[in-house]
Design a protein around this ligand. Structure first.
Ligand code: CU
Length: 196
């Protein structure tokens, strides 16, 4: 059976336009059982046959007014994170997690930073030996496509090429990740619910 010429032509045009425009995956994460829906990380799971080089640019995580900022920091595998002390007091940043070698960066003065390169996939808890109430998270991911939800639950992953992906949603206080297949074509919406 032959397809009419016009159908083939339209299909080619569609393919050309989707390659030229970057897609976006956006929507809402509802975190059930928490006061708000912030701090969920929506990300694209590893893609068979694709690897991403470690970024040369460092990413910053601040210690300011005795909190880690941002509270949850997703990064691509291989990223070096600079931990900046913006406080007049000393902190002592460390992680108890094996996936980041249980690093202990020690203490350093205000305005300075110490760095750690996150080489392996990891959900790293960050703690401070000086201030037990301090807690932050670095989520080390296999693709550069991720976003953190705001307090309303809204998230947006920009510059995502069209395609079929496995999307996961992680939250620091919820053990089980949500996994869902999503086909992205241009601006695509997907909503998720996580339960504590
Ligand atoms: Cu501290």
């Amino acid at each position: 059976m032959r397809f009419p010429f016009s159908v083939t032509c339209a299909a080619l045009l569609l393919a050309a336009s989707s390659a030229a425009t970057a897609g976006e995956l956006k929507g809402m994460v509802k975190v059930i059982g928490m006061k708000h829906s912030a701090d969920a990380v929506v990300y694209i799971e590893a893609i068979a046959g694709r690897t991403f080089p470690a970024p040369t640019a460092h990413v910053k995580m601040d210690q300011k007014n005795l909190v880690f900022l941002p509270h949850v920091l997703p990064v691509l595998q291989g990223t070096t994170v600079d931990f900046v002390n913006s406080d007049a007091v000393l902190h002592n940043v460390f992680s108890p997690d094996k996936c980041c070698e249980q690093f202990n960066l020690g203490s350093w003065p205000q305005g300075q930073s110490r760095s750690y390169a996150f080489k392996s996939r990891c959900a790293a808890t960050l703690l401070c030996k000086v201030h037990p109430e301090m807690e932050g998270f670095v989520l080390v991911l296999p693709t550069p496509w991720f976003a953190v939800s705001d307090r309303t639950g809204a998230y947006s992953i920009k510059d995502l090429p069209d395609g079929a992906y496995t999307v996961k949603v992680w939250h620091p206080k919820i053990k089980k990740e949500v996994t869902q297949p999503v086909t992205v074509a241009g601006v695509t919406s997907a909503d998720f619910a996580l339960k504590k």
